[in-house]
Design a protein around this ligand. Structure first.
Ligand code: C2E
Ligand code: CA
Ligand code: CA
Length: 750
């Protein structure tokens, strides 16, 4: 706007003082008020006025008279106890009404022309003009220089007359009234409007026009009450009332009420605030949005935090649960393997001088319990056994699953002691059961520097396995139990090279009746590149464990068949005995292979199959079928190592077997061991009764041979006759005359 706040305030108050001074009539003493003769004043006092001249007088929306002048008229009547009547109408009619005596008073701008027709009181107000425009900055603010401007004025107004008389360079655009003049500016038909300020301000406010007063007020014009000439009494009375109104302060109260509409309000701190508000509004909107955003963020954060803390809580409990599960076996609640090991490590660390003793205890009849009773019973037994262990004074108790438990004790353990302590019927609800278990004990283990408790467990498990394998209640660990590390190397090599370094030896068997060697047992050898010659007693059980013997068996059959053909021994009715691992009979492919080999490459009965007694125990009906098939295919079956197992000869004879091979443990010492002597003699007799031939193994001397001949044993095999031989040696051996060897025996038989 170009004015400072201070200058504006000064001007505003100066204008007001001017107005106030002009209002005070010089002829009226302020102190002593003399009321005029009331009879000369009409009752009611009729004020005429414009119905559209805000803020001085107009009809409001309800048709009620309203305005600064109306309030003054009302106050004048009121202070004398009179009634006022306000008749608002078109401006010219109002003037006419007073002239015609139809109304008493009208408020008018004072002018020379009007002073001829009316008597005016002292001015009740001064009305100024102002320039109004769209953009405050681009507009000429001086009414004396409006060159180049299209100037809207009210047709017939004081402003139009004055501009016509004193042209200021502007192009006048007369309009019907102040509102139209302002609209012309708003709609771009005029650059500015030069109109009476009070009404302009009122219209702008009412119609919310974006139009501003861009000049200071100028051309003040006195506004006063007028009465028709000739009504001097009324004029004098009215003049006095106006003075009184000012003197008693009513005028100022009314003026204050209308101040905002009457006067040009130079921008005040409020306006500045408004301007600031307009500038600040977008910022506030942004800020408010920001605040809302941050508020919603905060809410989200609060919600998320709540969720998170709930999540954390459930995680904590889950973690607790998980930690428990990580350390305990769910069935018994005892420490699991890793927890047991770390607890044991802790104990050893706490007391480095302590040589820990542990035992592993394996329940061995769980499978039987499951098949005989139920899985549930097996679980219950483990639970009850766990409770029994917990009830003892062991340092630690663990449950590794599958019926394997572990304990740690402060003192060395006696196997028998454990068995006594842990053998009591366990109550499983509906039934009582004795736990059946084997124990592996590791007493006062001396551990290497980097060995932890897991090494103890490993030793314990080895001892348990040994106990189980050997059908013993307990085994105490010693380094002797450790498997040969070469076994692993052998296994790897077998995987890599198969039978590449293997060969067969043949141990001759002497047929006593004919005095001829007409058979041999094929025995496998492994010439290992680094470990040297390895006996089958070492590697066969290992390969058996690994389920790999069927490869050996195939190879032995092929090799032996090849030998028989190569040496033409097959033609002379020579036979070779092949050793089969019990599990070989469970390999359908292998059984087929044997049957095919018999049919394709050999005359019937040239291949005998040796199967150890234990091979007949498991799944006997299946074994019987397999053996029958092989028998039909031409194979002859020997029961190897007879006497070492638990099977009776009558049981064996139920299978399609042809021969019994007496184990060398009986034969070897039969002359010094009466029991063995009796077993050998009765076995030979019974076998013959059952239609089986007998081969005695492990004959190491002439006396034994003679004894066996005396017992009518059919064949003998042993070092006395010959050690196992390579193929060439066997052929050479067969050329020898056996008569001499047998002469003594034959002699004693006679
Ligand atoms: P086995 O079937 O009982 O074989 C006889 C074992 O007794 C052979 O040991 C043989 O050398 C030995 N022997 C023979 N006569 C005497 C004697 O007068 N005194 C003594 N003390 N021992 C004698 P070898 O060759 O070490 O075989 C051991 C075991 O290895 C065999 O026992 C057999 O069970 C297994 N075996 C050998 N070759 C094979 C094979 O090709 N396949 C399978 N599955 N097992 C085989
Ligand atoms: Ca054998
Ligand atoms: Ca044998």
């Amino acid at each position: 706007m170009g004015f400072t706040q201070g200058v504006r305030s000064q001007r505003s108050s100066r204008l007001f003082l001017l107005v106030a001074c002009l209002m005070v009539p010089s002829s009226v003493p302020l102190a002593a008020q003399v009321p005029p003769p009331l009879e000369s004043v009409p009752e009611p006092l009729v004020f005429a006025g414009s119905d559209d001249y805000p803020p001085f007088q107009w009809h409001d929306d309800n048709g009620m008279p309203k305005g600064f002048v109306i309030d003054l008229q009302e106050a004048i009547a009121h202070q004398q106890g009179l009634k006022a009547e306000h008749r608002l109408m078109a401006w010219d009619q109002a003037v006419e009404a007073v002239e015609a005596g139809e109304a008493d008073v009208v408020a008018l701008f004072v002018s020379e022309e009007r002073e001829e027709r009316f008597d005016f009181t002292s001015p009740i107000y001064h009305v100024a003009h102002g320039i109004y425009a769209l953009s405050p900055d681009s507009i000429q603010k001086d009414p004396s220089d409006l060159s180049g401007m299209r100037v809207a004025v009210v047709e017939g107004s004081y402003a139009q007359n004055r501009l016509r008389e004193n042209p200021s360079g502007g192009e006048l655009r007369p309009q019907e009234d102040i509102r139209s003049a302002l609209l012309a500016v708003a709609e771009g038909r005029a650059d500015l409007a030069l109109v009476a300020a009070h009404t302009a301000r009122h219209v702008i406010g009412q119609s919310s026009l974006d139009i501003h007063q861009v000049s200071r007020p100028f051309w003040p014009k006195a506004y006063a009450f007028a009465v028709r000439q000739g009504r001097d009494d009324l004029h004098a009375w009215l003049e006095e009332q106006v003075g009184l109104l000012q003197a008693n302060g009513t005028y100022f109260e009314i003026h204050a009420d209308w101040l905002s509409e009457l006067e040009w309000q130079p921008p005040t701190w409020r306006d500045n605030l408004r301007t600031l508000a307009w500038i600040a509004l977008p910022l506030l909107v942004l800020g408010g949005g920001g605040y809302l955003w941050s508020w919603s963020l905060r809410r989200q954060v609060t919600r998320k935090t709540r969720l998170l803390s709930r999540e954390l809580e459930s995680r904590r409990s889950l973690q607790g649960e998980l930690e428990y599960r990580l350390k305990h076996h769910m069935l018994t609640g005892l420490f699991n393997r890793s927890a047991f090991i770390s607890k044991l490590d802790g104990l050893v660390e706490a007391d480095p001088d302590w040589s820990p003793t542990i035992a592993l205890i394996q329940l061995v009849n769980l499978e039987q319990l499951i098949t005989a009773f139920s899985y549930q019973v097996a679980l219950e037994l483990q639970r009850a056994f766990g409770r029994l262990l917990e009830a003892q004074d062991f340092l630690l108790v663990g449950h590794f699953g599958s019926g394997l438990f572990a304990i740690a004790t402060s003192k060395p353990l006696e196997g028998n002691d454990i068995v006594v302590r842990l053998t009591e019927p366990l109550n499983l609800g509906s039934l009582d059961l004795d736990p059946v278990y084997v124990v592996g004990i590791v007493n006062e283990a001396s551990l290497e520097e980097d060995d932890g408790a897991d090494e103890l467990i490993r030793r314990g498990i080895l001892a348990v396995a040994m106990a189980r394998d050997a059908h013993r209640r307990w085994v105490i660990y010693s380094t002797d139990l450790e498997p040969d590390i070469d076994d692993l190397l052998l296994l790897q090599d077998f995987h890599r090279h198969g039978t590449r370094d293997m060969f067969l030896e043949y141990q001759p068997q002497l047929e006593i009746e004919t005095g001829r060697v007409r058979a041999a047992e094929a025995l496998i050898r492994w010439q290992h590149p680094t470990l040297g010659l390895i006996s089958p007693g070492r590697f066969i059980p290992m390969l058996e464990q690994a389920g790999l013997t069927h490869w050996i068996t195939r190879w032995v059959i092929e090799e032996a068949s090849e030998m028989l053909r190569r040496t033409a021994l097959v033609a002379s009715g020579f036979r070779v005995s092949i050793n089969l691992a019990p599990q070989d009979l469970m390999e359908p492919d292998l059984v087929d292979f044997i049957a095919q080999s018999l049919a394709a490459t050999m005359p019937a009965r040239s291949l005998w199959l040796e199967i150890t007694e234990t091979g007949f125990i498991h799944d006997p009906s299946r074994i019987r079928d397999v053996l029958s098939d092989l028998h039909v295919a031409g194979a002859r079956i020997s029961v190897d190592d007879f006497g070492t197992g638990y099977a009776s000869l009558s049981y064996m004879s139920e299978f399609p077997v042809d021969e019994v091979k007496l184990d060398r443990t009986f034969v070897g010492d039969m002359l010094t061991n009466d029991r063995h002597y009796l077993i050998v003699r009765s076995t030979i007799a019974l076998a013959h009764e059952l239609g089986l031939t007998v081969t005695a193994e492990g004959v190491e001397d002439e006396e034994t041979l003679q004894a066996l001949v005396a017992m009518n044993c059919n064949n003998v095999q042993g070092f006395y006759l010959s050690r196992p031989l390579r193929e060439e040696s066997l052929l050479a051996f067969l050329d020898r005359d056996m008569a001499e060897m047998l002469s003594g025996a034959t002699h004693s038989k006679e």
